[in-house]
Each structure stands twice: as C-alpha cells, then as structure tokens.
Design a protein around this ligand. Structure first.
Ligand code: MLT
Length: 270
C-alpha cells in the first residue's frame, strides 16, 4: 500500500514495506514506482523497501516546471527525514533514477550506504539530445503522451521482450500513457540540463552494483562497463535477453543479482 508523505517540497506517494536495512528504489522515466513491483515483493522479505513516485509521476504531485536531478535527490533526502530514517540507505536507481542517484551520492553522501545503478548513464545529454528533450517537453504539453509512448516503447524494451512478453509491453505502454504531462515535461527539462557525473565517479567510495540488460539501447553494456571502471568499488551484472527496462523485463535475474550483492557487499556503516 502507498501513502502520501509530506516533505518540504510538497508530498510524495511512497510504498513503504518490510523491515530491516532501507532500500530506496528510484524509478525511471516516464514511469512510476510500480515498475519495481517484483523488486518490492522480493526485497521486502529481507529489508525495508521505500519506493516513491518521483514528483509529477504516479500519485505524487508535481513540484514545479522543471524537475532537476538535484531537487529530486533533495526530495528523497527529505523523504528519509520525514520517515525519521537516519541510517545510510541502499539507493537503487533505474535510468533517470540513476541520474538522481549520482546527485544523492554527491549532495547527501552521509545518507548513502550502497548504490545500485540499473541501466543508467553518467554522461550528460549532448546539445542535440538536450534540444530534442526540450522539443519533446513542448510536444507532451500540447499533444499529450501518445507520441512519447510510441517513440519510447521500442527503446525501453529489448527485442526479446517485445517478441515474447506482449502483456508486459501493454503494461509499460499504459504506464506511460497514464503519466501526468506536466510531470513528464518537467522531468524532460530536468534531464536536459543534468550535470556530467563522470568526474565524480572516483569520489563515490560506497559499494556499487551496476545492472544492465544485454540489449539495452539507451545505456548499453559498454557504457555501463565504463562507469564501473571509474567507480572505486563496483560490480557489474549483465542480464541476458533484457533491454533497458531490465528490472521489469527480467525480474528474477535482477532480484538474484540484488540479493546476492546486497548480502555480500558491506558498506562502511556496517
Ligand atoms: C529512463 O528510462 O529513465 C530514461 O530512458 C532516461 C532518459 O531518457 O535518459
């Protein structure tokens, strides 16, 4: 069950389930916390899982016209404050959730025990990609979400999933079409202006797990291997027959990777 939690910036809709070390699951774009359903079910057997809807997504109200990765990271820290969680957490970010994870690692380092980066990038947008996002934001506000869903579905899901999991393809499409256009536009503008996280990688000393789908067309395995090489303490797991949306496309393999690493990797606070 999800609840609205009041934070300084507004409120966040959050699933809070299980007991033990806190895992904070940060969804990608243009999705909501439900993309993590299989991880919520598995991890909450051994941990306290927090799965918020980011501002402007799912049942969380929008917090402004631009959702910067910095302000999203701050909203997550405010969420931990609101829930009186003071021990370092495992932040698990998927794609845009990973962009927010870099900011959380930088701005709230003392609150981070371990970091999981699923199918994400450390590099910023090229000028052309940023311009494309700004145009896309305008389009979403004027024409709605259908063009975005049509453009993103083939990129989010691997070819294996598109051929073999018709139900999942429909669910992802419905999740995109159910988004709030204002929230989507704000996130597009925030991602377009996001900072380059590559120079910070060496400073992120906590244990990191990188998960990537072998067929990921947005943040391909080669790019994630480069990120892993720049992090002081990183393990990379490549998931076969999955595209970008690996946690949803291949939940059993992703859960096994998370649980295996979660048990073995010790953070500085443990
Ligand atoms: C995501 O899955 O969050 C998006 O693909 C990120 C992006 O558009 O860069």
């Amino acid at each position: 069950m999800a609840d609205q939690v009041q934070i300084a910036q507004g409120s966040l809709n959050v699933v809070d389930r299980g007991q033990g070390p806190v895992w904070l699951l940060v969804h990608g774009f243009p999705l909501n916390h439900a993309m993590w359903q299989a991880q919520i079910d598995a991890l909450s057997q051994v941990a306290r899982v927090l799965a918020p809807d980011l501002p402007g997504f799912g049942a969380s109200p929008s917090h402004g016209d631009v959702l910067s990765m910095e302000s999203a990271a701050d909203a997550l820290a405010e969420l931990l404050d609101a829930l009186a969680i003071t021990t370092p957490v495992v932040l698990c970010g998927f794609s845009m959730g990973g962009y927010i994870g870099w900011q959380f690692a930088r701005r709230h380092a003392a609150r981070l025990g371990k970091l999981v980066l699923c199918d994400t990038k450390a590099a910023p947008d090229t000028p052309a990609a940023a311009e494309n996002r700004r145009q896309r934001a305008e389009q979403v506000l004027t024409r709605g979400l259908s063009p975005l869903a049509a453009a993103m579905l083939p990129k989010l899901l691997g070819s294996h999933t598109r051929q073999s999991q018709a139900g999942l393809v429909r669910q992802v499409e419905e999740m995109i079409l159910g988004c709030n256009p204002q929230g989507v536009a704000a996130a597009l503008l925030g991602m377009a202006e996001r900072a380059d996280a590559q120079p910070w990688l060496a400073e992120i000393k906590v244990p990191c797990l990188l998960v990537v789908g072998a067929e990921d067309a947005i943040s391909p395995p080669a790019e994630m291997r480069q990120i892993a090489a720049g992090l002081p303490d990183a393990r990379l797991v490549e998931i076969p027959q999955a595209g970008h949306l690996t946690p949803w496309e291949a939940p059993a393999a992703v859960n096994a990777a998370l649980l295996d690493w979660g048990i073995q990797a010790r953070s500085a606070s443990e």
